[in-house]
Design a protein around this ligand. Structure first.
Ligand SMILES: [Zn+2]
Length: 246
């Protein structure tokens, strides 16, 4: 059966002498392994389709273990991401997060749209905005996979005052008293809690990060990374490089 999908390359792996396996996140079928024969010997043009972050329309045969590439048409290459280390590191991190958050053949069109939206923004944005779009992606992804953090009441007792601590395992803010009882304290400022609320609740395309402090954003990228790795139970090899260049 020949099937047409539109998707973005999250990962590429060498396969045999001249083939590649592309991990493609598609709008229609979610995460799909695509066997691209002769990908390594194809010249420019054909090869662009198998580059990281490229968005293409693929006509594939649906095989037992893979979709098998038959024809493809490049729709977007995100070439601008290659021009800045920070942007490249951010894109690599986002792609790895999405790869780890979904199983093969698991569909989620919203996740596909979210990645495309954030990569588009990161490609065009200033350095400061890159950090904001990483945090936005992290938060929206947490929500998509069912782990929206609790931000307006203590995760343990429900109190809405003195919410100065954040607990990664419980997935939300904790009041001073509970954090003392639990002997767990990870400080979160009121300003940072507000930004988390904004990231969680904002509708895409309506975000405005101009008045947000860069240090707060960096802290939150780290916090949200901890939340994601706790839920995904995976270590992300792209994260150390990302933190080094942010
Ligand atoms: Zn409490």
């Amino acid at each position: 059966m020949l099937k047409t999908i539109t998707g973005i390359v999250l990962k590429t792996d060498e396969y045999g002498e001249s083939d590649k396996i592309l991990t493609v996140f598609s709008k229609e079928d979610g995460k799909i392994p695509v066997l691209y024969k002769r990908a390594k010997i194809l010249k420019k043009g054909g090869g662009a389709v198998s580059q990281l972050f490229s968005v293409s329309e693929y006509a594939c045969f649906v095989g037992k273990n893979f979709y098998i590439h038959n024809q493809s048409m490049l729709l977007k290459s995100f070439a601008g991401l290659q021009k800045s280390l920070k942007k490249l590191a951010a894109a690599s991190y986002l792609a790895q997060l999405l790869n780890f958050a979904y199983e093969n053949y698991q569909k989620d069109e919203r996740a596909y749209m979210l990645l495309l939206y954030c990569l588009n923004k990161i490609e065009k944005s200033t350095e400061k905005e890159v950090t904001a779009y990483i945090a936005l992606f992290q938060m929206k992804l947490l929500a998509l996979i069912g782990y929206s953090p609790m931000l307006n009441a203590c995760v343990l007792c429900g109190s809405d005052s003195d919410l100065g601590s954040f607990d990664v395992e419980q997935g939300g803010v904790m009041c001073e008293q509970c954090s003392r009882t639990m002997q767990k304290y990870r400080h979160i400022s009121e300003a940072e809690r507000k930004i988390l609320n904004l990231l969680l609740n904002i509708v895409l395309k309506q975000e405005d990060f101009t008045n947000i402090d860069s240090n707060h954003l960096l802290n939150l990228v780290e916090l949200l990374h901890c939340c994601l790795t706790d839920k995904l139970e995976k270590q992300l090899s792209t994260y150390d490089f990302l933190i080094a260049v942010l």
